[in-house]
Ligand binder design. Structure first.
Ligand code: C2O
Ligand code: CU
Ligand code: CU
Length: 457
């Protein structure tokens, strides 16, 4: 941690042109005596992976503990909420079909719980309404869904507190491995999980929400795996990057200078074949996997808009390997067989963020649905700002965005909806009954009411 003391602060002031304001400051109050500044250009950190004890005769056991305390972040230290004292939280690398017993220890003074974002598991287990009291231990026992190999994440879901808890650092990635990962072209690539997350620190603590941040807060440290503008030194020339936007409110518009990104997976697993992209937009909560081929030595810059997000240093004599020609087979959902069409309208009035004119009420069931039905959800953003629509439990396919069909089929659970646009989703309600939720994944909006309930019977 680098501290700026009163003395060095005065020195800094002296070094600048010391005007009247500077003198008044020096004579009077020197605001916070400690500022933290992130270090840039450090090596990309591989994520802490929870070593999973795998017994042939029993479930895989995982321990997660939420605490508030000093953690290493961006080359300095800050007093943050975290899982297992790392920012981001540890990577859970799971396998399709494996039984998991997860013990979550809430060692904080607040209410918090866990949500397994994107996992097709029962809402009775992945229950967003569960209350984890301070000091309580919650058990989450489930089987990793088959056919869902991909990149997911876990984060809190205590309504009203999600944004502040997530912003502070409570988020971690999940990777589910499946048979397709053994495709030779995928196995030959160098894989990295990249958690994109912003943060602001005031003094040693997370910057609190200001009164003008109810509609969304962006942090001024934009981090990849807890580091600002890190350097990934690649050993191989073909990379597979698993990207997660774990911000509450910040979008990313990613591009790789001088190279093409090849999309291979979206939120809920592989697409059918690689799709070349110039840029990739990730709204909060979304994931994507891309492959890149470094065809020359030297540095490649991964940009967010025009800002440097991360540097990728290619090997000295790069020899990129091939991309897979064929990935998953994604079923076609026939909208004509849909039993129900629902309208979902997103609006804002003041600091109330609404779905169909109402803010969230836990005791109200907004949609009642039947297990096994295919439904069409028409989600319309009538507001002048962005929203990002997320449904728990049931992955969906996008049928159209403002009337235009997408260029490729994909399973999604979170979809950016630009101002004054409409998306049509095909939602198959398979395997699980129970009460689940849908909401805007701009976490501040969710906390301020942009959430609804779905009961499947
Ligand atoms: Cu990541 Cu209810 O969401
Ligand atoms: Cu979710
Ligand atoms: Cu929103």
């Amino acid at each position: 941690m680098r501290k700026i003391t009163r003395r060095t602060a005065l020195g800094l002031l002296g070094g600048l042109a010391a005007g009247g304001a500077g003198l008044a400051w020096a004579n009077n109050v020197i605001p916070p005596l400690t500022w933290l500044s992130p270090k840039t250009g450090q090596p990309l950190l591989a994520l802490n992976t929870i070593p999973l004890p795998r017994f042939s005769d029993g479930p895989t056991k995982i321990e997660l503990k939420a605490t508030l305390g000093m953690v290493d972040v961006a080359g300095t230290k800050a007093n943050l909420y975290s899982y297992n004292q790392t920012i981001p939280g540890p990577l859970l690398r799971l396998r399709e079909g494996e039984p998991v017993q997860l013990r979550f220890n809430n060692a904080t003074q607040m209410h918090t719980n866990l949500h397994f974002h994107g996992l097709h598991i029962s809402p009775e287990i992945d229950d967003p309404f569960r209350h984890g009291h301070p000091g309580e231990i919650l058990a989450y026992n489930f089987t990793v869904p088959k056919g869902q190999a991909g990149t997911y994440w876990y984060h809190p879901h205590s309504h009203g507190e999600v944004a502040s808890q997530l912003f502070s650092g409570l988020a971690g990635p999940i990777v589910i491995e499946g048979p397709l990962d053994r495709l030779p072209e995928l196995a030959a690539a160098e894989e990295h999980v990249l958690v994109l997350k912003d943060l602001s620190v005031a003094g040693e603590d997370v910057a609190p929400y200001g009164i003008f941040e109810a509609g969304g807060k962006k942090g001024n440290w934009v981090m990849v795996n807890g580091a600002v503008q890190p350097v990934l030194t690649a050993k191989k020339a073909t990379l597979r990057l698993r990207l997660l936007n774990a911000c509450t409110f910040r979008y990313f518009r990613l591009s790789l200078e001088g190279a093409t990104m090849h999309l291979i997976a979206t939120d809920d697993g592989f697409i059918e074949k690689p799709v070349a992209l110039k840029e990739l937009v990730l709204s909060p909560g979304e994931r994507a996997e891309v492959m890149i081929q470094l065809d020359r030595p030297g540095n490649f810059r991964l940009l967010d808009n025009s800002d440097l997000l991360m540097t990728i240093a290619a090997p000295a004599q790069p020899q990129p390997t091939d991309l897979p020609a064929k990935l998953a087979t994604i079923e076609t959902l026939d909208p004509a067989s849909a039993k129900v069409t629902r309208q979902i309208v997103l609006t804002r009035s003041g600091n109330d963020f609404k779905i169909n004119g109402q803010t969230f009420l836990m005791s109200r069931i907004d949609f009642k649905a039947n297990l096994g039905d295919l439904e069409i959800w028409e989600v319309e953003n009538q507001h002048s700002q962005d929203h990002s629509f997320h449904l728990h439990t049931f992955p969906f396919q996008v049928l159209s965005q403002n009337g235009t069909a997408p260029a490729y089929r994909a399973w999604k659970d979170t979809i950016a909806i630009a101002p004054r646009t409409k998306v049509r989703l095909a939602v198959p309600l398979r395997d699980f009954t129970g009460l689940t939720v849908f909401h805007c994944h701009l976490a501040e909006h969710e906390d301020h009411g942009m959430m609804g309930t779905l009961e499947v019977i």
